[in-house]
Write a protein that binds this ligand. Sequence first.
Ligand SMILES: O=P(O)(O)OC[C@H]1O[C@H](OP(=O)(O)OP(=O)(O)O)[C@H](O)[C@@H]1O
Ligand SMILES: O=c1cc[nH]c(=O)[nH]1
Ligand SMILES: [Mg+2]
Length: 209
Amino acid sequence: MGKVHVLDHPLIQHKLTFIRDVSTGTKEFRELVDEVATLMAFEITRHLQLQEVTVETPVGPAKSHTLAGKKLGIVPILRAGLGMSDGILKLIPAAKVGHVGLYRDPETLKPVEYYVKLPSDVAEREFIVVDPMLATGGSAVEAITSLKKRGATNIKLMCLIAAPEGVEIVQEAHPDIDIYLASLDEKLNEKGYIVPGLGDAGDRLFGTK
Ligand SMILES: O=P(O)(O)OC[C@H]1O[C@H](OP(=O)(O)OP(=O)(O)O)[C@H](O)[C@@H]1O
Ligand SMILES: O=c1cc[nH]c(=O)[nH]1
Ligand SMILES: [Mg+2]
């Protein structure tokens, strides 16, 4: 079974408070989501492997380290996942970015896929699927299935806020996936929104409604 990690770094938790706040406007909301994505990426890349290299400093040769091992891929789930990808790229600029376009049908709450474009070397990459919200879990399950169908074998899921219902669905459908969150909230409401959550992430990021 995949593990659930709630990233309780004080800066993440502080910024999440203002992301949740209904009085936070689009500009600030977008900036905060970007910053939290960077902080979360810092936390979830602790496992990356290093290789020893020698670098010439102004004083002489120094044994040092660079990243080694698997290449990374970031996969935002459109639209709202786009709000998190730049924040991760700030730390890992060499990562490739794939896109999975899904929207949640407002009546059935089922995900509808409308776009998929991934890097060509899918099987060689470690992927971080990103979306601010893990609600019923349908979108995340569909996005991960889509990646696996195309050959991905190493995937993490990173979301700002999840409902317990969504976590359970992802764990059942994809028991190999670890989930990284800034908060595990209380529940879903009757419209499939996370309570207390932050409202509609896509609308708050892009100023639509
Ligand atoms: O866990 P689920 O119940 O599937 O819900 C979560 C999905 O809903 C939101 O996207 P939405 O469908 O609103 O699309 P958008 O990002 O284009 O606004 C959110 O960004 C997730 O992708
Ligand atoms: O609370 C929720 C649930 C799904 N999508 C959102 O943007 N917010
Ligand atoms: Mg939305």
